[in-house]
Design a protein around this ligand. Structure first.
Ligand code: SAH
Ligand code: SF4
Ligand code: F3S
Length: 460
């Protein structure tokens, strides 16, 4: 498609508008921003009103059955919108992107014929072309794995030209895909093999983000700590080395990374936690289960003891580091004893927060074919017990902050007009009076109150 210099250069002199709905992990949030960039640099404008849109994209998640099914109920509603617009001069184009698109491909169009395009996560650079093709030639499907091209060809920060600020914090994908094949997980199939973006591309993107006002960058990857690449002299580096380089970019006040696999937590990354002040003392390090038997069945390739040893090393390197995790309850074969082991590991580690899910059978993964599936009722009961323990730990972590002086980065306005919300180094939301600073400030505050989901603080 010809690149339009100006949105109004598009056919018939009318600016086309797009609407994106995003489900799933941070990677999808990041991808939606990049789709925004590629569409905007091809003359489209974003709208938050679905009724105004000429193009509706559903950026989907396939991780659990519920997430995937949401797409079809949404499509049912959007189909009606499309039907109402059929005879107008503004037909509606509907696209499904993300992990459901990759996993189900043309099955989506078979189930929902209103869909015009299905685009997998690694083809977003082709999006404007695909939209045009679907308008001319009918439904289009593109689910090739072309991750390298995606990052080379996606334009960055289209909105930069219009001096629009992104936000104070931004995601930056450095790694995509997964070669680990945990037996419960669809990611290796939806995101394809592991790929690390080249260092230069990452440093350039980070600098561009700083130029538009970003102060905190969270590096993303399905296995972010499997990132590897070459430094300026051609030497091999891992995520620790990359973080060292990013920490030198003036203007980056805070760095984070997510999600890490215990097996890829190497010495240089642990040392980065010791050496880099801007690397926040918070680590999301999923263990999934506290039972070695279940970890083996999950093909996690680490034991509970491996995990504990990594946590010890991290805490020596950075004593104020806190941890979060993901847990799956009711994986096939999980007994009461195995579940008890999970509760014990939670007691032992003490998480500042964590995510927990009932095992969901995913078609095509080895776990879904295992015979010893756990009863739904048992799963629900275990999830409740685990979540109540995790909540207790989260509340006690927050309460322990009362009276402490901490640094917060002010990120956005609060629910009340006179409030601002900042983030603590440990990713807690901190509510303060708006008079004490402006969005983007990194300030010291004294914590005065705590609830399960936030802290209150005042100028120290
Ligand atoms: N790469 C990360 C996880 C990515 S998926 C890791 O290795 O930890 C995010 C989380 O979704 C997982 O940590 C897991 O807890 C959960 N999850 C993945 N597949 C699931 C399934 N089939 N059922 C329930 N939860 C699942
Ligand atoms: Fe999924 Fe396992 Fe890969 Fe994480 S490491 S994305 S859980 S297969
Ligand atoms: Fe979901 Fe795909 Fe992320 S399956 S969790 S959107 S990688």
């Amino acid at each position: 498609m010809e690149k339009a210099d100006n949105p109004s250069d598009l056919s018939k002199g009318v600016t086309k508008k797009f609407f994106i709905k995003t489900w799933g992990c941070q990677m999808n949030v990041y991808d939606s921003t990049r789709m925004h960039d590629v569409l905007e640099s091809n003359g489209y404008m974003r709208t938050d009103q679905i009724e105004e849109a000429d193009l509706v994209l559903l950026n989907t998640c396939h991780i659990r059955e519920k997430a995937a099914e949401k797409v079809y109920s949404s499509l049912g509603r959007i189909r009606k919108l499309k039907r109402n617009r059929a005879d107008s001069n503004r037909p509606l184009t509907i696209g499904v992107t993300g992990c459901v698109a990759q996993a189900e491909g043309k099955e989506i169009i078979r189930r929902e014929s209103a869909v015009d395009l299905v685009v997998g996560p690694q083809n977003y650079h082709c999006l404007p072309d695909i939209v045009e093709r679907s308008r001319k030639h009918g439904p289009q499907i593109d689910t090739e794995y072309s991750v390298e091209e995606k990052f080379e060809r996606l334009p960055l920060l289209a909105s930069h030209n219009q001096f629009k600020r992104r936000s104070i914090t931004a995601f930056l994908t450095v790694q995509e895909g997964c070669d680990k094949f945990c037996t419960f997980c669809v990611v290796p199939y939806t995101r394809g093999p592991e790929f690390s973006r080249p260092r230069n591309q990452i440093l350039e993107e980070a600098s561009a983000l700083v130029d538009v006002g970003v102060k905190e960058i969270t590096l993303l990857g399905q296995n972010v700590n499997a990132w590897h690449g070459k430094d300026a002299n051609g030497g091999e580096i891992g995520l620790g080395g990359l973080l060292n380089e990013l920490a030198m970019i003036k203007g980056i006040r805070r760095l984070r990374y997510v999600t890490s696999h215990p097996l890829d937590m190497d010495k240089s990354l642990i040392n980065a936690h010791r050496d880099l002040e801007s690397l926040m003392p918070y680590l999301h390090l999923p263990i999934q289960s506290g039972s070695n038997r279940i970890l083996k069945a999950m093909n996690r390739k680490h034991t509970v003891q491996d995990y504990l040893s990594i946590v010890d090393q991290l805490r020596i390197a950075r004593p104020d580091l806190v941890l979060s995790s993901d847990f799956i309850v009711g994986f096939p074969g999980e007994t009461d004893r195995d579940f008890q082991d999970t509760l014990e590991i939670v007691q032992q580690i003490c998480y500042s927060q964590a995510f927990s899910f009932k095992y969901s059978r995913r078609p095509g993964t080895p776990g879904s074919d295992m015979e010893n599936q756990v009863d739904e009722g048992v799963k629900s009961e275990r999830l409740e017990r685990l979540q109540s323990l995790l909540k207790k730990q989260q509340l006690s972590f927050n309460t322990d902050c009362i009276g402490k002086v901490i640094d917060i980065l002010l990120e956005k306005s609060g629910r009340d007009a006179n409030q601002l919300i900042g983030k603590s180094p440990w990713l807690q939301s901190v509510i303060v009076d708006s008079k004490i600073g402006s969005i983007g400030d990194l300030i010291s505050v004294k914590v005065t109150g705590a609830t399960l989901n936030s802290l209150h603080a005042e100028l120290s």
